[in-house]
Design a protein around this ligand. Structure first.
Ligand code: ZN
Ligand code: ZN
Length: 422
């Protein structure tokens, strides 16, 4: 007797990250994401263990990656090199960059999908919907198999520069969704949800009232934020100073999407520091000495010492960069500001406590300007109502069980529990 496809959440039924979801039909297996779990302080384990219930001894039809955050792909480094992996083109670029940065790479060959273009692997037809998230090139994934329809939300939000894509999907949802796998990151977390456009105004006003330099800590792969900060620099007449890695990210993505700020654009400069130069020249890491040479001779680059006299600079800052700047005599002053533009949980790590202490000791201004990479509770509820799935399967939160009120047709699964879609 034929039965429906079987859904198994191997990991992330009860946690944020480490996503690994399987759909099995007629002996064919499809994986949705293969992430590494998050550790206590909110950072991601470099690879993490393979979930106990995931069988890696047999081949799969395909592994589809929703977006380039490590909690959705980090497990790749532990999985068979022969497995066939699919992602967006920009996602592959960012995944391979992250893997090289930490030394080592990703062995699997990738095939790329395009937004809104359905593709098939084995009996599965997948339609990716480009969505709004703090990761670039993030997708929701609609899977049709054996007459059933599964929508995987991946990670998403409604306050970024692509929010209109989520609104459009909600206005015109795919009909007849049997299972919605819905992320719930923000449930029970105190977070703010201003739009990126509102952040841009906050940055402009900070840039205008700060007499000295503004140092900002954000993720080089949070492209929405890079765009927000660049736009604010233009409005406030400041120069954006990016490190080699951020310059590299923007350049590689520009090859795929031509609208992104990059080296050569007005008010963008590259700062070449010793640790980043080492990272790029090292054969075991980025292995791109020619890139360093090209940036250095572009006419838009400078050494860190130059920052000592650039009072109009807005400078990308990580703790390693602060050390490099210090070696060249660039220290925070009372005229400067430091902005933490990442999830506030990361601020508690020793790494950022040290940065904060250095700026506080100098009497610099401290600000947090950030918005969530994930949907608010209200947005999650509204999204679920519009999709109107036969079953809603919670995922990607530590606290779903305490927040189920307001969500209908909930089918709670635990890690490793197989569920035959009726
Ligand atoms: Zn995630
Ligand atoms: Zn994510």
């Amino acid at each position: 007797m034929a039965t429906g496809p079987v859904l198994t959440i191997h990991r992330a039924a009860d946690e944020i990250g480490g996503n690994c979801i399987e759909l099995e039909h007629d002996g064919h297996r499809l994986l949705l994401d293969a992430g590494s779990p998050l550790v206590g302080d909110g950072t991601t384990e470099p690879q993490g263990a393979i979930p106990r219930t995931l069988d890696t001894s047999k081949d799969i039809a395909g592994l589809i990656i929703s977006h380039p955050h490590q909690d959705h792909w980090g497990l790749l480094r532990s999985l068979p090199a022969s497995w066939s992996v699919w992602s967006g083109a920009a996602s592959e670029t960012l995944i391979r960059m992250t893997a090289s940065l930490s030394g080592g790479g990703v062995a699997q060959r990738f095939q790329t999908y395009r937004p809104h273009e359905p593709f098939s692997v084995g009996p599965f037809t997948i339609t990716p919907f480009l969505t709004d998230h703090s990761a670039f090139d993030a997708h929701m994934l609609l899977v049709d198999v054996g007459g059933k329809r599964v929508l995987y939300s991946g990670d998403f939000r409604r306050v970024g520069r692509k929010a209109a894509l989520v609104d459009r999907l909600m206005k015109n949802p795919p009909p007849g969704v049997d299972v919605l796998l819905l992320e719930g990151t923000t449930l029970g977390r105190a977070e703010a949800f201003p739009t990126e456009a509102a952040l841009e105004d906050d940055f402009v006003s900070l840039f205008q009232r700060t007499p000295g330099r503004v140092f900002i800590t954000w993720s080089a792969q949070n492209i929405d934020r890079t765009v927000t900060i660049y736009r604010a620099c233009k409005k406030a007449g400041r120069t954006l100073v990016l490190d080699l890695y951020t310059i590299d990210v923007m350049e590689r993505l520009s090859a795929l999407r031509d609208t992104l700020p990059r080296l050569g654009w007005p008010q963008v400069r590259a700062v070449i520091t010793s640790s980043m130069k080492w990272m790029y020249e090292s054969p075991d890491r980025m292995n791109a000495p020619a890139f360093v040479e090209r940036v250095a001779t572009s006419g838009h680059a400078m050494g860190a010492a130059k920052l000592a006299e650039m009072r109009d600079a807005v400078v990308m800052l990580r703790s390693s960069l602060l050390r490099d700047f210090g070696k060249k005599g660039v220290e925070p002053t009372a005229d400067d500001a430091w902005v933490f533009s990442m999830w506030s949980g990361y601020l508690k790590t020793p790494e950022y406590q040290q940065v904060r202490a250095a700026f506080e000791a100098a009497g610099a201004t401290f600000a947090q300007i950030h918005t969530s990479g994930h949907a608010s509770r209200d947005d999650l509820e509204e999204f679920a109502r519009r999709i109107a799935p036969r079953r809603l399967v919670p995922i990607h939160s530590f606290t779903w069980d305490e927040h189920l009120d307001g969500f209908e047709n909930v089918q709670r699964l635990r890690d490793g529990e197989p569920f035959t879609i009726p």
